[in-house]
Design a protein. Structure first.
Length: 62
């Protein structure tokens, strides 16, 4: 990927980052940042709940 493509892909994960800011970095740095973002996204989507909350059903009496 070229620099422009890397910046566009990064902005898919982090829409708040400005392209002007990212353009200050070289391609290997942008690739590393993109890789970190992709890894974090995978971990976030694969995360399972550690516990299941059981709730009681309340019934009216009378």
């Amino acid at each position: 990927m070229n620099k422009r493509q890397l910046i566009d892909e990064i902005r898919q994960f982090n829409a708040t980052v400005r392209p002007q800011f990212l353009s200050q970095f070289d391609e290997p740095a942008l690739q590393q940042y993109l890789s970190n973002l992709q890894s974090a996204a995978r971990k976030h989507t694969l995360r399972e709940p550690r516990y299941i909350r059981h709730t009681q059903t309340l019934r009216m009496v009378g």
